[in-house]
Design a protein around this ligand. Structure first.
Ligand SMILES: [Zn+2]
Length: 435
């Protein structure tokens, strides 16, 4: 592959920003050069320096005046819910039973799963997302479609076949043994192939019997390096129903803890209504609460106390995500706009540096994948997004008065969507232009 040199304004985080003035928390290069070779970032710095040391056959792409950032990471979404998005429902459980479960039944058919997988990756790339953590349906066919398409596009993706053996239509149920066996075959078929990571995926405690939770525990023991993903504490009716199903547990989080699923690779979607005890337990285990703001507002689930959880004496690790199809946008920019508004309603401030940290390095750290993604560091994967804060006439007009980098980031987050994504590079290859 010919080496490529991207020129533009580079922005990459080094650690979580402490405040809006924390310029030490990120690297910013106003006329930067980013050298890419063989899918990896091989040099970063002032354009003149990187250019001077670049190979003679380098191909230059001038992205000035746009921002060059690590590709966005989406920590939680549902691949079989692309046609569930925008479904009118009163709350989570009605939404699941009326729209989501019937739609997921269709993924038993490979043709349907393959067709939706194509659209799924198109939308991720269109919105600047280069890594996502997805739930497939209960059917192995859906996981095959998900990972085959990821491999075709050379994307670093995490995902798993959902395990669920009760409280759903027959067509969506496996058994403890089937869930175990099929998860093992998804791991054998896909984990480590291309850039794929398989996650152990019990949907949530409502749809898994204790026997299935035991099977999940066995998988987690056999494959300790794999991520585990599930849902936790999304709305009050769900919490009540879940705790009734596991009366021996002291609270919702304790259900997962009892089956050995509370660890530093466990991603809990939502985790909105945690008690202090649950937050302590999450913190001690290093588990991740994945905030899905558009979904939480859309389903009326509640206001996630992001800032409060992050600044506890025992802080909870946090990720951010779209949660398609409960979520209402594929855009991580739209997602962080809603995250900002939720903190506003809670009397908290989420500053724009925080937002971009969470979408990139923060999520990469939460996935224990920061050695590969989430920054523009040399040696990491060349998964990159190019952002234009003047992408629409209204944004361009506002840009006339924007003076600082945080102001520009905030404008992008407040008004931006897929139109603000100029290009998405996947392992060094321009992928959006090809859509
Ligand atoms: Zn979800």
């Amino acid at each position: 592959m010919t080496p490529t040199l991207l020129r533009g304004r580079l922005l990459s985080f080094k650690r979580a920003p402490q405040s809006l003035d924390d310029t030490q928390s990120y690297l910013y290069e106003s006329d930067g050069g980013l050298l890419i070779d063989n899918g990896l970032i091989t040099a970063i710095g002032p354009y003149a320096d990187v250019k001077a040391n670049a190979p003679a056959d380098v191909v230059e792409i001038d992205h000035r005046p746009h921002l060059i950032m690590p590709g966005f990471i989406d920590m939680h979404l549902h691949f079989p819910q692309m046609q569930v998005i925008a479904s009118y429902a009163a709350n989570l459980l009605e939404w699941l039973n009326t729209y989501t479960f019937p739609e997921e039944c269709r993924f038993v058919e490979s043709a349907h799963a393959n067709r939706i997988a194509t659209h799924f990756y198109d939308e991720l790339i269109r919105h600047g997302t280069t890594t996502a953590v997805g739930y497939c349906s209960v059917h192995k066919t859906s996981a095959d479609a998900y990972f085959a398409e990821a491999m075709k596009r050379n994307m670093r993706m995490v995902g798993g076949k959902v395990m669920m053996d009760r409280n759903a239509p027959q067509g969506l149920l496996d058994t403890p043994q089937m869930g175990y066996d099929e998860t093992r075959s998804v791991i054998a078929d896909w984990h480590g192939k291309g850039r794929n990571h398989v996650a152990i995926t019990p949907r949530f405690a409502i749809t898994s019997t204790p026997a299935q939770m035991e099977a999940t525990q066995a998988l987690a023991g056999e494959f300790p390096d794999l991520h585990i993903q599930t849902h936790l504490s999304e709305n009050h009716d769900e919490i009540k129903f879940t705790c009734e199903l596991y009366p021996e547990a002291i609270d919702y989080t304790d259900i997962y803890a009892r089956y050995g699923l509370l660890g530093d690779r466990t991603l809990f979607g939502h985790a909105i209504h945690l008690s202090e005890r649950e937050a302590d337990a999450m913190s001690e285990a290093g588990s991740i609460a994945v905030h899905c703001p558009t979904s939480n507002l859309f389903l009326g689930s509640g206001l996630f106390p992001l800032k409060a959880l992050a600044r506890r004496d025992k802080p909870v690790r946090i990720g951010v995500a779209t949660d398609i199809g409960g979520g209402s946008s594929y855009s991580m920019l739209r997602t962080m706009d809603e995250a900002y508004k939720i903190q506003q309603l809670l009397g908290e401030r989420l500053n724009p540096l925080d937002s971009y940290y969470y979408m990139t390095l923060g999520n990469a750290l939460s996935l224990s994948l920061a050695d590969r993604i989430g920054t523009l560091d040399v040696g990491t994967d060349a998964d990159i997004v190019i952002l234009d804060a003047a992408a629409t006439p209204a944004m361009a007009l506002k840009m006339e008065v924007v003076k600082t980098l945080p102001e520009e980031l905030f404008l992008l987050q407040t008004m931006g969507d897929d139109r603000a994504i100029v290009e998405t590079y996947v392992a060094g290859v321009a992928a959006k232009v090809a859509l």
